[in-house]
Design a protein around this ligand. Structure first.
Ligand code: SAM
Ligand code: DTB
Ligand code: SF4
Length: 323
């Protein structure tokens, strides 16, 4: 009798073929595979709560078509200069009191510039780290010495998304390249900071583009430890304001495929939860998502409030993850 290896162990299969086959298998098989892997690497009941804080709002020179904060988009957002350390620290303490174990500070910058503002951000990182929370920043492009300084200040992770496939990217952003993003991600991992890198679904891209995004994430070395999956929050005044929402089952397939490809990563069900039913969020958590952003706003757009999230986790018998 000849024995054939199960398809998943085929040596000839390319990464992209494996991603395609994984994503397109029957949903029960996809979910079963994702759950097996999820359970081998994580507590299936635990969900990490993470809170965002926009430390500098609006007037960003980049032209990201989805973003409320770009100067190129005519949105109703009120710009705000870099926040005070005290204000940010108070928000971090409140987030911790609500069960968040990770605090992520975002700035509407194209890139970090050395000087007093960056020094203030470094101090924010130091003070949040002292609260014994994971500290993450997303500040745009970084140079290696800046990544090093963030590491020394106690930064746990840096969020810098690839956003979409290399092919679709230029439909969404023209003011910086995919390569620019890869270089920032390299500087982050070279500094010993954990990479948080994912993308956005629902910007008019195809399923193939989404799978190419996963292939690009899988080609990073090291692969990201944290992968945010955002669904576009359409913002009035942006070119993507009328883009139709992501198909629910396609979202669940993406989450499950991400879980299978990145067994050890925290997969974050990020922007767009307000538009999702409880049942869809539950399916995403069953498919391997194990983190959500809590608090009534993400950076500039609304998000379910903590009470709603608490009730959902309770109904599912799930618990906030401790550090
Ligand atoms: N300026 C920095 C940058 O672009 O890296 C940090 C902030 S930026 C808002 C962080 C990420 O949020 C973006 O890379 C994008 O993936 C996500 N994002 C921004 N606007 C969004 C929207 N309307 N819907 C979904 N995700 C969005
Ligand atoms: C990420 O991928 N999603 C979060 C976090 N990284 C910084 C941000 C979502 C922003 C959604 C749009 C807004 O609120 O402006
Ligand atoms: Fe600026 Fe970031 Fe918004 Fe792009 S996503 S416009 S870089 S704040």
């Amino acid at each position: 009798m000849t024995t054939t290896l199960p398809q998943r162990y085929s040596a000839q299969e390319s990464l992209r073929e494996r991603i395609d086959r994984t994503y397109h298998q029957a949903l029960p098989d996809l979910l079963f595979e994702a759950q097996q892997i999820h359970r081998q690497h994580h507590d299936p009941r635990a969900v990490q709560l993470c809170t965002l804080c926009n430390i500098k709002t609006g007037l960003c020179p980049e032209d990201c078509a989805y973003c409320s904060q770009s100067v190129h988009n005519k949105t109703s957002l009120e710009p705000q200069p870099l926040a005070d350390i005290e204000t940010v620290l108070a928000e971090a303490k409140a987030a911790k009191a609500h069960g968040s174990t990770r605090f992520c500070m975002g700035a509407a910058w194209r890139e970090v510039k050395d000087g007093a503002q960056f020094d203030r951000v470094l101090e924010m990182v130091r003070q949040v780290a002292a609260l014994e929370m994971e500290v993450c920043c997303t500040l745009g492009m970084l140079k290696p010495h800046q990544a090093q300084r963030l590491k020394e200040a106690g930064l746990t992770a840096y969020n810098h998304n690839l956003d979409t496939s290399p092919d679709y990217y230029s439909q969404v952003i023209t003011t910086r390249t995919y390569q620019d993003r890869l270089e920032t991600i390299q500087a982050v991992s070279d500094a010993g900071i954990s990479v948080c890198c994912g993308g956005i679904l629902g910007m008019g891209e195809s399923v193939d583009d989404r799978l190419s995004l996963l292939a690009a994430l899988a080609a990073l070395d090291p692969v990201p430890e944290s992968i945010p999956i955002n669904c576009l929050v359409p913002v009035a005044g942006t070119p993507l304001k009328d883009t139709p929402p992501v198909d629910s089952i396609e979202l669940v397939r993406m989450v499950a495929t991400t879980r299978i490809l990145f067994p050890g990563a925290i997969v974050r069900l990020s922007a767009g939860r307000l538009q999702m039913s409880d049942e869809l969020q539950a399916l995403c958590l069953l498919a391997g998502a194990n983190s959500i952003f809590t608090g009534p706003v993400l950076l500039t757009t609304p998000n379910p409030d903590s009470t709603q999230d608490e009730q959902l986790l309770n109904r599912l018998g799930m618990i906030p993850r401790t550090l």
